[in-house]
Structures are given as structure tokens and as C-alpha cells.
Design a binder for this molecule. Structure first.
Ligand SMILES: [Zn+2]
Length: 127
């Protein structure tokens, strides 16, 4: 028996993809977040700023350069940068979904949904 894969969508908060669920049958078109936690958290001005900061930092560098999320977080808040680490990672995943960024581990692009541990960020440039 073959099964059609369930439709998937990118969460507007955490940038991970999630699959259709029965409870969303009636309003799947309007579902924007993967979880209640992401829905409550949403995205705001700071999140847009983090996305812009990632792109800015990398744009000024050589084509294949990478950046660490902690480096981006430090530019936002040098003292409490650790508080911004997860928001930077979420921003990075949203940028991957938008086709602007790659997330690397050991020098290779990885799936942001499943990447665990240290990551580096690299711009996707027009070829
Ligand atoms: Zn989410």
C-alpha cells in the first residue's frame, strides 16, 4: 500500500518543517506554527533584526565564509549573548527555508530540522 506523504509547512517561529495533522484538517491553510509554544512566542521586531544581522555579517565576507551563531548573538548583546543564541538559530532556520542561508555541520549543508549540536551559517549566493 502506497501512501501520499502528508503536506508539510515551515513554522514561522522556529523555522522547522512540520507535517499536517488531523486536528488541523479544517484550517490547515491558516496554520503558521508547529506548536503552541511557537504560536505564543511568534516572531517580532527582534527576530527580523536577527535575520538581517545574519545576512549583513555574511554579506561583507568572502563567498564561502561562514559564521557561528554565537558571533551573531554577540553583535546583538555582548553581555547576555547566550540568551540570543536560540533566537539566532531560529532566525537561521527561517532563512534556510527562504533559500537565503545554509546551515553547515562539519563543512556540509545539513537539514535544519534534524541538525543537533554546533552549526555554522553560510549565505546562499546567486551563481
Ligand atoms: Zn515552531
Amino acid at each position: 500500500m502506497s501512501r501520499t506523504p502528508l503536506p508539510r509547512r515551515t513554522c514561522e517561529c522556529c523555522g522547522r518543517t512540520f507535517a499536517w495533522r488531523r486536528k488541523w484538517a479544517r484550517d490547515w491553510e491558516r496554520v503558521r506554527y508547529c506548536s503552541d509554544r511557537c504560536r505564543r512566542s511568534g516572531t517580532g521586531a527582534i527576530d527580523r533584526r536577527l535575520e538581517a544581522r545574519i545576512l549583513e555579517r555574511l554579506d561583507g565576507r568572502a563567498a564561502r565564509s561562514t559564521a557561528c551563531p554565537s558571533e551573531i548573538a554577540r553583535t546583538i548583546d555582548p553581555a547576555a549573548w547566550r540568551d540570543h543564541l536560540e533566537p539566532v538559530r531560529r532566525a537561521a532556520r527561517r532563512l534556510v527555508a527562504a533559500g537565503r542561508l545554509e546551515i553547515l555541520q562539519n563543512g556540509r549543508a545539513v537539514d535544519p530540522d534534524t541538525a543537533r549540536g554546533p552549526i555554522r551559517l553560510r549565505l546562499v549566493r546567486d551563481r
